[in-house]
Design a protein around this ligand. Sequence first.
Ligand code: NAP
Length: 279
Amino acid sequence: MQTKPFGKSGPQASVIGQGTWYLDRGDRRSAISALQRGIDAGMTHIDTAEMYGDAELVIADAIAGRRDELFLVSKVLPSNASRRGTITACERSLKRLKTDRLDCYLLHWRGSYPLADTVAAFDELIAAGKIRSWGVSNFDAEDLDELLDVAGAGKIACNQVLYHLQERAIEHAVIPWCERHGVAVVAYSPFGHNDFPSPSSKAGAVLQGIAQARKATPRQVALSFLTRLRSVLAIPKASSPEHAAENAAAGDLTLSDGELAALDKAFPRGPKPRSLPML
Ligand code: NAP
């Protein structure tokens, strides 16, 4: 499994991580086994959020005794992202995750609290050793410009954004911005949430063909395509150990230029939308 830095010379995280949205809704034992199988296979980067119901509690059970192997990320809701509220929310997440620190802590999306207040809270959390780095989610290039003015260079570890084969809007401005400033891009919903291309579609057939030729699966090829750029990591969510193992193996698959070009043609980037798509 490859790793990539979270921010300029920041801590390294596995290029394929594990999403946990809705992981608390199905069979709990299967969810715990999925996380553990994923960690065993190298997906040590785990993404969660205070918004994801009991997902933090499921993670706590899955990672007991293994905290030091992990790169753990959680997020504060915009409605809690005041200076004091961010600190309280982080402490709540630490308690639920049964850990004393997060490797990265994110503002889930931009809300009405001034960015300066949230950033001040992040700085305080770093000074207290409760988080190692901080980042944002669902920020467009203009939001990142404002954030950079507030925080200064070299502070933003990542921007977590929607990115999958059928939604490539971030390639227009967000990825170039992040690459210019040494900010990691974390692709969320890399399988389109619940809309993965079917092999019966024209583009899905191209994906399937490449997968067969590489003795891989279409989902592994999709993850490899999304993480082809040096700044991009991806966090698929899986609730079965089999799915987790399949996704982890994508961390060792490198596509050829010809395969990347075929996927680029089958799933075109499209024009730049007016606003950043998000779920
Ligand atoms: P996703 O990862 O694109 O897709 C999850 C779906 O793919 C689930 O139905 C899952 O089924 C299925 N799946 C996973 N691996 C599979 C495999 N190998 N074979 C077949 N099916 C497979 O969707 P997502 O949960 O929306 O996104 C991933 C993570 O990104 C989230 O969990 C969350 O951590 C993060 N996220 C962040 C934001 C944000 O605003 N920052 C928004 C959305 C998501 P099973 O569950 O049955 O395995």
